[in-house]
Ligand binder design. Structure first.
Ligand code: ADP
Ligand code: MG
Length: 255
């Protein structure tokens, strides 16, 4: 495949769990700085697709390139070989993932959560990691919470620490899997606000979400998935006004 200007280039991904086809010939292309929201009913394959992008799941068919790097494999004398787990870990630093549950280290402060990756994985000095972490905590509005442990933070604050932690790895693209679904309604806005400012700063983002308001305001494109397939991949206006019956059923329930 020739080099191209897609940061995410997933082609013809099929993923089976036993007899069940969770993804059926799914392709997704995202350019630098684009924000793509993925919508779809529960079980339609959204999380599986994100997990295939960073090779947490290995597709049965198809391939993923991130910033023109084939994920999970390297070519040696024209033969594809699986990457070692160390090489895969290094490759994965290009993709940051933010989950529904924030998955912070419970026994570490907010600051320590944000310095861990750069020190352990990127080999950054403790002092430099700390300087950068404080900057990132400021960026997500949590300068005053650096010394707090996760259990002393609200869900919205924990998710913002998780976003700062994701940013600490200087990712090329950020993947969000329903980042506000586990939050109390009054805390959703503060997380969406941080995500919106990330989008405005030019971050390339793939966001699985049911927050249509966010999609409408921030997304360049919406992908609608159903039963393991991409049904629609179009501008926000086109998707929200789609007459596709399955998309209509879903959208009318959340709009
Ligand atoms: P979504 O995120 O859109 O709700 P998922 O990608 O989590 O959907 O799941 C798609 C389908 O694949 C679901 O039916 C789910 O039960 C199934 N699935 C996901 N992961 C596994 C797994 N590890 N083993 C078996 N089935 C799975
Ligand atoms: Mg999911």
């Amino acid at each position: 495949r020739e080099s191209n200007d897609y940061i995410v280039d997933a082609r013809n991904i099929t993923k089976d769990f036993g007899d069940f086809r969770a993804l059926d010939d799914v392709s997704l292309q995202v350019k630098q700085g684009e924000v793509v929201c993925i919508l779809g009913p529960s079980g339609s394959g959204k999380s599986t697709l994100l997990r295939c992008l960073n090779h947490l799941e290995r597709p049965n068919e198809g391939a993923v390139w991130i910033d023109n790097d084939l994920i999970g494999y390297k070519e040696e004398n024209g033969v594809l070989r699986e990457l070692s787990s160390a090489a895969l870990a290094k490759q994965r630093t290009k993709l940051a993932m933010v989950f529904q549950r924030f998955n912070l280290f419970g026994h570490r402060t907010a600051l320590e959560n944000v310095t861990e990756g750069p020190v352990q994985v990127l080999g950054v000095s403790q002092a430099e990691a700390k300087r950068k972490a404080l900057e990132l905590l400021k960026r997500v509005g949590l300068s005053d919470k650096a010394k707090n442990y996760p259990n002393a933070l609200s869900g919205g604050q924990q998710q913002r620490v998780a976003i700062a932690r994701a940013l600490s790895m200087e990712p090329t693209v950020m993947l969000f899997d329903e980042p506000t679904s586990a939050l109390d309604p009054e805390l959703v806005g503060e997380v969406l606000h941080v995500m919106k400012s990330l989008a405005q700063s030019g971050m390339t983002m793939v966001v699985v979400t049911h927050e249509i308001g966010f999609a409408r305001e921030v997304a360049d494109r919406i992908v609608f998935m159903d039963e393991g397939k991409v049904v629609l991949d179009d501008t926000v206006t086109e998707v929200l006004n789609s007459t596709n019956p399955r998309a209509r059923d879903f959208l009318d329930a959340v709009l």
